[in-house]
Structure formats: structure tokens, C-alpha cells
Design a protein around this ligand. Structure first.
Ligand code: NAD
Length: 511
């Protein structure tokens, strides 16, 4: 596709401080660098929104040093005071919600309500983190020794490197930055090359809040690819934790680099999520859930539904319902409120969609509806249903596009076995009115995923729970519950307030 240049930036972007040409290096000032230039493209039109300059190696070094230096001061701020800064960030995001939500739509093609939903997720994370700032609890234990006291406390861990994917260009920053901030950790953000404007807008909003509070520079940004920022950051010993969201291939590469220096990694990688629909399920409920989870975000969520397991008794009816519903999905301009499905992110994603459908048919699959690339500007494809055979290799991979593979099954054990037979383990769901089936799906012999739902689709998690998955999804947990613990170091303390020195386990060592 040929690029056309926009004549003027949309007002919303101007209000967010986006310029036609932007620096991707923030180290207190937006330094002008002259490395690679990223063209931020609107995937719905192919138009150029603005240009962002990649950081240089020297920029990276300065930004990393500044992040590490900020830790020394920030860790001394009482946690509730850190929470107050995050509270103000939440308020700033409320004020910028419309504009930032629109930027998400323009830069990554999410429909308007999902763009706004991402910003709402940031606000929810802020509220959660503010409360958490007064609840970073440790336990106290009973010592086996007389006149001894034992407890554990949680200290800030250190600077955190955060690497994010294109498809949640602002929310995943919030999952990490808000929790890390109340835990006492500054962070350096390496955003996706396909969502650079979002990262600049967020950093500008956050920076203003820090300045107003006289806080050290805890939210830093380095725009660059894996060579200039991703790998150096993963290998950088100043960052005890690397939190990385993206493909399994990315996680494998980063995981090795971080493990080699015995650092901590929090990996949020690809999914291949399935829904089981049993005999007697509420099919209308299931239909609505499958539609949102498989077609929503054009199938570009880590939690998108990619595999559907239908009991033989309801398979024909459900397929008919799905084909009808797929035919009525409004595809088009994601900023139009009536649109349900926007574009894919770029040309390569369209090629991946095409390739997957060719392979699916070669492996024995049959396209029931969809399957075409739309002949219009932007990266639009049709949502697609494919009748699949068990264990077709393509169905074991994550294709980041709106392709749903349909399987039929006879009994629930068989469906669960097939459901669990893929390498990924992020999100899963069962639609059933049978209490035994629901409980079996949630039992130890049921879904092997990090997320398991009943009568709810696989995507659209709330921030209060710990988010993440097993197997090749990487094992990381972010957002709610006790996910904060990975951003802190645990210290076990024992205090002897007696006059003797008894040893544990009854050991004697008297001279
Ligand atoms: P991607 O793996 O191409 O890139 C993600 C980020 O990692 C980018 O910032 C990229 O520059 C960086 N990167 C890639 N390879 C790297 C390397 N070797 N070293 C250092 N950095 C590297 O992913 P994407 O296309 O942006 O996003 C889609 C993928 O992300 C899907 O697989 C999706 O399932 C996954 N994802 C997972 C979650 C989750 O929470 N589990 C959430 C969102 C997206």
C-alpha cells in the first residue's frame, strides 16, 4: 500500500502533545536524535499520522542511568505518598480519556469503545494501585525460639524494564507502571514500534504529574527496536525485573537473556484460547460471547478465542447461528461508533491471515464463511470460520487475526483433552448449564490455562484478578490479586530480644 500524508494532525493528538515529528527518547527532556524513524500509520486508512525518532545507543544509556538513579530517591517515599502520585495520574487519565482513547483507535485500529476501554483500564489500575499502596502486607510468624520475633517485609525491588506489544498500547503500561510505582520501583518503557505515539502521549501525561509532585523521574521512555532497546534492556543488570508482553518467540529470546544474568522475568506471551460449548448450553449467550471474543479487536487480543469445541448435539445449530452473525459484522472505520471490527495492524498481519487460511485448507480444514482480504485502503480482512480436524498443526499456533477453528466432540473429557493439547495456556471458557460440567472444567483435570471462565468468553478480563497464562504463555501474572509481589523483594527478619542465643532445630554449638 502507498502511504498518503495527513495534512494536519487531528486535534486530539495535538492536545496530547503529539507533533508531526517526535523524539522517542525521554530523559527529562525530549532529546532530538537522528536514528531510525518510525512512521506511525493509521491501519484503517494507511495514512501517516506522525513520525517518531528512535533512540540512539547513547540515549538508551542515559535513560537507563536516569531510571536507576530515580530508584534511590523513590524507594524512600512512603508507599501511601507514592500512591498519591498514582492517584493524580488516574485523575489526569480521566481528563485525557477521550483524546487518548481516540489515539489508540487511530494508531492501532481498535474500535472507539475499545480504545476508550483501554484508557478506562488504566484508570481502574490507578484506583487499584492507590488502595494497594496501603496494603503491601507482610506476614508475621511464631518463632520456635523463646523471646524471638519473626516477620517478613517487602522492599522495593529496583528499576523495572517494561517491553510492550502493539495490541494493548497503553493498558499494559498501566498494569506495570502503576503497581511498580506504588511498590517503589521506577521503570523504563520500550513500547511496540507500531504504537509509538501512544507511548509518547502517555509519557507526557505521566511526566506532568511527576513534575507537579516534585517526584523523581520514575516513568521513562525509550522508543526503539529489539536491537537498540529490547535486547540491551533485557541484558541490563540495573534492571532486576524485565516485564515483557508479546509473542512466544519474543519471550523465548528475552527469557534466556534475563535468566542468563539470573534476573527476574515476568512474561505475558501468546495465547490460543478455546471455548467449550456443551449440550444444553444457552446458545444465544454463547454466540454473543464467541462473537466478541473471536471477532472483537479483529482477533488481535492475546485472549481472543481461536478454537471452539461444540458438542455434536448442538454443533449444527451453533454453526448456523455463527455464520449468520459473522455475515452481519460491520467492518470498517474503527472511529465510527457503529463499527464492530476494525483493521489488522499492518500488511504482515494480513499476509499471516492469508497464509494461515491456505495452511488450514491444506491440513484438511474447510472455510465456512469469510476468508477474504477486503479491497479497500487499510488492512481489513473478513472474520473467518473454519471447520477443523483435531490436532491440525495450524490450530496449535496463534495467528493474530480473526480466524476461529470449529471442532466437534462427543464427551467432555475428549473436549478438555483437545482443548489442552496446544502449547499455549492463557484463557479458556465453558458454556454450560450443567453444574458438573462447569466444575469439571474448573477442576484440576479441567482447563490448564491461567484463566478459566464459565458462561463468559475468553477475552475481557477485569483488572482485579491476576492476569496471565501457563505453558508457552510464559507463567507471568500482572494487574490484580497479589501480582504486586514480583515488583518487590521479600525479606525475612528474626529478632532476638532475649539474653541467650538458642539455635533453630535444637542445634547446640557451645564452646
Ligand atoms: P512482538 O513479540 O512482535 O513484540 C512485542 C514487543 O517485544 C515489541 O515491543 C517488540 O519490539 C519487542 N521484541 C520483539 N522481539 C524481541 C526480542 N527478541 N528482544 C527484545 N524485544 C523484542 O508482539 P506484537 O506483535 O507486538 O504483539 C502480539 C503478541 O503479543 C501476540 O502473540 C499476543 O498474544 C501477545 N500478547 C500477550 C499478552 C498477554 O498478556 N499474554 C498481551 C498482549 C499481547
Amino acid at each position: 500500500m502507498t502511504l498518503s500524508r495527513t495534512s494536519a494532525l487531528p486535534d486530539a493528538l495535538v492536545r496530547l502533545g503529539i507533533e508531526p515529528e517526535n523524539s522517542g527518547a525521554f530523559d527529562g527532556a525530549w532529546t532530538t536524535t537522528h536514528g531510525k524513524r518510525y512512521e506511525s500509520i493509521n491501519p484503517a486508512t494507511g495514512e501517516l499520522l506522525a513520525v517518531v525518532n528512535e533512540v540512539s545507543t547513547e540515549d538508551y544509556e542515559r535513560i537507563a542511568a536516569r531510571t536507576a538513579a530515580a530508584f534511590v530517591e523513590w524507594r524512600q517515599w512512603p508507599a501511601p505518598k507514592r500512591g498519591e502520585v498514582v492517584r493524580q495520574l488516574g485523575d489526569a487519565l480521566r481528563r485525557h480519556k477521550e483524546d487518548l482513547g481516540l489515539l489508540v483507535t487511530l494508531e492501532v485500529g481498535k474500535i472507539r469503545s475499545e480504545g476508550l476501554g483501554e484508557v478506562q483500564e488504566m484508570i481502574d489500575m490507578a484506583d487499584f494501585a492507590v488502595g494497594l499502596s496501603r496494603q503491601l502486607y507482610g506476614l508475621s510468624m511464631h518463632s520456635e525460639r523463646p523471646l524471638h520475633r519473626m516477620y517478613e517485609q517487602w522492599h522495593p525491588l529496583g528499576p523495572v524494564g517494561v517491553i510492550t506489544a502493539f495490541n494493548f498500547p497503553v493498558a499494559v503500561w498501566a498494569w506495570n507502571s502503576m503497581i511498580a510505582a506504588v511498590c517503589g520501583d521506577p521503570m523504563l518503557w520500550k513500547p511496540s514500534e507500531h504504537a509509538t505515539l501512544c507511548s509518547i502521549a502517555v509519557t507526557k501525561i505521566a511526566q506532568k504529574v511527576l513534575e507537579e509532585n516534585g517526584a523523581p523521574p520514575i516513568w521513562n521512555l525509550a522508543v526503539g527496536d529489539r536491537h537498540v532497546v529490547g535486547q540491551p534492556l533485557s541484558a541490563d543488570r540495573r534492571f532486576p525485573l524485565i516485564s515483557a508482553t508479546g509473542s512466544v518467540a519474543m519471550g523465548r529470546s528475552i527469557g534466556k537473556v534475563v535468566a542468563d544474568r539470573l534476573g527476574r522475568s515476568l512474561l505475558e506471551l501468546g495465547g490460543n484460547n478455546g471455548i467449550v460449548v456443551t449440550a444444553g448450553a444457552d446458545l444465544d449467550l454463547a454466540l454473543r460471547a464467541v462473537l466478541f471474543a473471536a471477532v472483537g479487536t479483529a482477533g488481535q487480543r492475546c485472549t481472543s478465542t481461536r478454537r471452539l469445541f461444540l458438542h455434536k448435539s448442538i454443533a449444527a445449530e451453533m454453526k448456523q447461528k455463527l455464520i449468520r452473525a459473522y455475515g452481519s459484522v460491520r467492518i470498517g472505520d474503527p472511529s465510527d461508533p457503529s463499527t464492530l471490527m476494525g483493521p489488522l495492524i499492518h500488511e504482515k498481519a494480513v499476509a499471516d491471515y492469508r497464509d494461515a487460511l491456505v495452511r488450514a485448507q491444506e491440513e484438511g480444514g474447510r472455510i465456512l464463511c469469510g476468508g477474504k482480504v477486503l479491497d479497500r485502503p487499510g488492512f481489513f480482512v473478513e472474520p473467518t470460520l473454519v471447520e477443523a480436524l483435531p490436532h491440525m498443526p495450524i490450530t496449535c499456533e496463534e495467528t493474530f487475526a480473526p480466524i476461529l477453528y470449529l471442532f466437534e466432540y462427543d464427551d467432555l473429557d475428549e473436549a478438555i483433552e483437545l482443548h489442552n493439547s496446544v502449547p499455549q495456556g492463557l484463557s479458556s471458557a465453558i458454556f454450560t448449564l450443567d453444574m458438573r460440567a462447569a466444575e469439571k472444567f474448573l477442576s484440576v483435570a479441567g482447563s490448564d490455562c491461567g484463566i478459566a471462565n464459565v458462561n463468559i468468553g475468553t477475552s475481557g478480563a477485569e483488572i482485579g484478578g491476576a492476569f496471565g497464562g501457563e505453558k508457552e504463555t510464559g507463567g507471568g501474572r500482572e494487574a490484580g490479586s497479589d501480582s504486586w509481589k514480583i515488583y518487590m523483594r521479600r525479606q525475612t527478619c528474626t529478632i532476638n530480644y532475649g539474653e541467650t542465643l538458642p539455635l533453630a532445630q535444637g542445634v547446640h554449638f557451645d564452646v
